[in-house]
Write a protein that binds this ligand. Structure first.
Ligand SMILES: Cc1cc2c(cc1C)N(C[C@H](O)[C@H](O)[C@H](O)COP(=O)(O)OP(=O)(O)OC[C@H]1O[C@@H](n3cnc4c(N)ncnc43)[C@H](O)[C@@H]1O)c1[nH]c(=O)[nH]c(=O)c1N2
Ligand SMILES: CCCCCCC(=O)C(=O)O
Ligand SMILES: [Mn+2]
Length: 479
């Protein structure tokens, strides 16, 4: 997954080799101020990686812009000198999106951490790129509002826009694609745009191309997002979480399909297979659960609505061989359950400290889910990897975490092959190789198979139009 993907044209790497000269660094210092730039080894190393296993090289310098003007100035300078720039949110990505392939500047946006504008009456808020999802929800709770997109990590909201992120709440509230009203974006040449127009925050608009959604999921390759205006929701009157365990994976998945197809407005429905449950139990002390295929569920709304949904859902799980439908009204139980789910990635890593992980991220139409999960399991079992499976099955999106020895070239190759096979399996079932983590470095070669060469050519034309010198996150997303 690493050797094949590094197909960035040698000329680009050569052209960028050592372009971050001492003169460039002193210009950046002069324009940003001493405290907004670092060439320390540890800071550069921190900015050379995300939560994936990809480690290639580290940036020559890290800049910490404090304003959109700073971002624009850095991009103008780097564009003029043809120096790659990689935007860095909180580094929780799982596709190698922030990992440099060559000499470059890492642009850490965490110092732009202001909540710019809240309109309680309109249910929207505008944030700078350093604001994270937990930070905004802590701020909003006093207003009875919440922002629902919830990747397991406390990621930056603009990084979540850049990767078109999702989470456990997406089955009810959608992903970042349906929760961003407007963005301020700085282009490669330093031009500042507002994708829906400066200050615009109507819930809908038909004014021209949808530039907001164009930039969502671009993974830092078309522009640097310097603010996002987000849709907010009222904190539900009541939330009830539930757990149901099954003798078979099929029973859990069939239950999910029937819940969705019956139009039950479930807020969260997450699947963990028996291997995942074993690791989750150990890491998060879920002692009351057994090591069986399990659904974690959450219902939101009025007490009556929740009671009706629990009745309907428990009938469905029972008809699919589900065990006791255990639900809780206790906040501490709910918090423990969802913290366990959000930390599941770390539970798997903790099980094999000397291994690296590759996380698949396919999504398929809900009617195909049972067959695809079954076939993915067969692919993994044949490979010899353990590969626990879990994820957002309400969206038809699930993950397998493949643990491999990075020093064993054969294992790395085998892991790459399994990941590719699972992606191709999803494509055969009208699905996608990435429901939420993005293409980054690891899935560039399968993108043309998914969207077609013609669509990849359109993406390349957009890239050429907006970043003709190819300085924005070169080598990512597009081969
Ligand atoms: C434990 C755990 C659990 C999860 C996840 C991670 C971890 C560690 N994730 C993945 C990750 O949290 C998600 O991809 C975030 O959107 C990444 O946000 P960061 O700010 O960390 O971006 P990071 O800093 O990692 O950058 C990611 C990409 O976006 C670009 N970028 C960042 N900020 C930018 C900006 N302001 N402008 C332009 N480009 C920018 C970067 O260049 C890079 O290409 C996830 N994801 C998910 O969708 N659903 C999930 O359930 C989970 N769960
Ligand atoms: C569920 C397996 C962990 C995958 C990586 C994090 C993630 O996306 C998540 O949903 O958790
Ligand atoms: Mn996920």
């Amino acid at each position: 997954m690493f050797t094949k993907q590094l197909s960035t044209p040698l000329k680009l790497i050569k052209r960028c080799y050592n372009r971050v000269t001492p003169e460039i660094i002193s210009s950046l210092k002069h324009q940003l101020g001493e405290g907004q730039i670092s060439t320390s080894q540890s800071v550069r190393e921190h900015h050379g990686k995300d939560e994936s296993s990809i480690r290639i090289t580290i940036p020559d310098v890290v800049v910490f812009p404090q304003t959109t003007k700073d971002v624009s100035m850095v991009l103008k300078l780097c564009n003029h000198n043809e120096i790659p720039v990689i935007p860095f949110g909180t580094g929780t990505g799982l596709a190698g999106g922030v990992s440099p392939l060559m000499s470059c500047v890492s642009m850490d946006l965490t110092k732009m951490d202001q909540i710019v504008d809240l309109h309680v009456e309109d249910f929207d808020v505008t944030v700078q790129p350093g604001v994270t999802r937990k930070q905004i929800n802590n701020y909003l709770k006093d207003y009875g509002l919440m922002f629902p997109v919830d990747p397991g990590a406390d990621a930056s909201l603009c990084g979540m826009a850049a990767t078109s992120a999702s989470g456990t709440n997406a089955v009810k509230y959608g992903t970042m694609k349906s929760n961003v009203l407007n963005m301020e974006v700085v282009l490669a040449d330093g031009t500042v745009i507002h994708t829906a127009g400066k200050g615009r925050r109507s819930r809908k608009s038909a004014a021209g191309y949808n530039l907001t959604n164009l930039f969502i999921g671009t993974e830092g390759t078309l522009g640097v997002i310097t603010s996002a205006t987000l849709k907010l929701y009222g904190i539900p009157e009541m939330k009830t979480s539930a757990v149901c365990q099954f003798k078979t994976v099929g029973g859990a998945i069939r239950s999910t399909i029937e819940v969705i197809q019956n139009g039950i407005d479930i807020a969260r429905i997450e699947f963990l297979d028996e291997m995942s449950m074993r690791l989750c139990k150990r890491y998060s002390k879920l002692d009351y659960m057994s090591e069986e295929p399990t659904l974690f569920l959450e219902f939101q709304g009025s007490q009556k609505t929740i009671e009706d949904y629990i009745e309907l859902t428990s009938q469905i799980t029972k008809s699919n061989g589900g065990g006791e439908f255990m639900y809780t009204l206790k906040q501490e139980d709910t918090n423990q359950l969802w913290a366990a789910r959000h930390n599941y990635f770390y539970a798997v890593l903790a099980s094999s400290p000397n291994k690296k992980s590759y996380t698949t991220d396919v999504a398929v139409p809900i009617s195909r889910l049972e067959q695809v999960v079954e076939e993915a399991r067969e692919i993994i079992n044949k490979s010899g990897f353990l590969g626990p499976i879990a994820g957002h099955v309400g969206d038809g999106n699930f993950h397998a975490i493949l643990l491999f020895n990075p020093a064993d070239a054969e294992e790395v190759q085998r892991c790459n092959h399994v990941a590719h096979e699972i992606s191709k399996l999803a494509l055969r079932h009208d699905g996608t190789c990435t429901g939420e983590h993005g293409i980054g470095l690891e899935k560039k070669l399968i993108l043309p198979e998914e969207v077609g060469m013609e669509s990849v050519d359109v993406m390349k034309k957009l890239k050429m139009a907006l970043d003709p010198k190819g300085i924005l996150n070169p080598g990512k997303l597009l081969a």
